[in-house]
Design a protein around this ligand. Sequence first.
Ligand code: HAM
Length: 417
Amino acid sequence: MAEFQAPVGTRDVLPPESTRWERLTALFATRVGRAGYGLVVSPVFEDMGVFERVGESTDVVRKEMYDFEDKGGRHLALRPEGTASVVRAWVQHRPTLPFKAWYAAPSFRYERPQAGRYRQHHQLGVEALGTEDPDLDVEVIALAWGLYGDVGLAQVRLLLNSLGDAKCRPAYLDALRAFLLEHREELCDEHKARIEENPLRVLDCKRASCVRVTETAPRMVDHLCEECAVHFERVKAGLEELGISFEIAPRLVRGLDYYNRTTFEFQAPALESAQNGIGGGGRYDGLTEQLGGPPTPGIGFGIGIERVLLACDAEGVFPAAPAAVDVFVVDVTGSAALKVVHHLREAGVRADQAFGGRSMKAQFKLADRSGAQLAVVVGPDELERGIATVQSLQSNDKEEVKLEAVVDHVRRKLGEK
Ligand code: HAM
């Protein structure tokens, strides 16, 4: 075993597996780019206060932060998610509204590692600030839904809930708190102690005892004020108009504190239930204020790259495509390949060569392994005559071509395929 390993809960992603990451990220960038979202790149660490504000009563912030003091005595933390950073950046720079951003962000949570749960995971996400319009909620959900379709996932479930707003939630929380206090002894030990502080967290508990109790708990969807109810109705109607099927999940509260109104989660039934969340998000209309900015509504989602790829494995879709070239230059003169390969690449052809003065036989072996369709062979005799042999690696087709015409000839041949 190597002396050093990637830290517990982290993974190296090597080719050809990494080709899926490239393609997934490109599909996402294209899809959200078409909807007017621009890339935001923000620091991987922030002032610890940024995250404390967004999740004081959550496991993500209480138990799982990678926080540290830097050499200048600042209390910093690696980001556990992307929303807080994007909203902090908006508050700092105030770009014009509506502000539509996307990101591809490594995120860090000190969790108990297992399949699909890592200490460094990667999210593709969007955040859209500046409007309460429920059609934006539908747009955002449709973007994630579309990406799952792009990779060929056919079994994704969309769970939908509304968490109300500052007007209707307090009365609901009182009703929920009263219900939970009545059933306190039946709850898990952790949540017995947390009813007062944030009763919604109990709804998010996956332990059987809490699940049993909360099955009959009051539901936020039954306590929505008029505005929130109308908003939620429009989100549901919009999803129906777009043909996106969903299930109402009255206990879906999500693992971060900033949500209000629309919340949603995408699940892949093919994965273990503890790690089957392949994306999730919702509205956070009070977050800009919590981070010191003017009141500005917002909504977004994060999609876990690792989880999406696990779901793809489970459904047998979106396989890795090994890196391949179109042309392999076999050179036994020891000098011709460098130039020929360079000119091919400059002309947009994927080309490679062997290094280290290998025998012709060894070079042909590498050519076969490279996935190339064509070999360009240059020997001393050919070099003297100013030609190369262009041959198919699949059949016995061979042609002698002038060295200066190799690029055009190869492009023509590849175009014929
Ligand atoms: P989240 O549900 O905590 O939401 O994470 C989003 C997604 O990241 C999850 O659905 C899952 O696919 C993936 N994920 C989370 N933790 C892990 C982990 N330890 N290992 C592997 N994958 C993981 C958020 O982070 C919000 N910022 C989403 C959002 C954006 N809400 C509004 N805007």
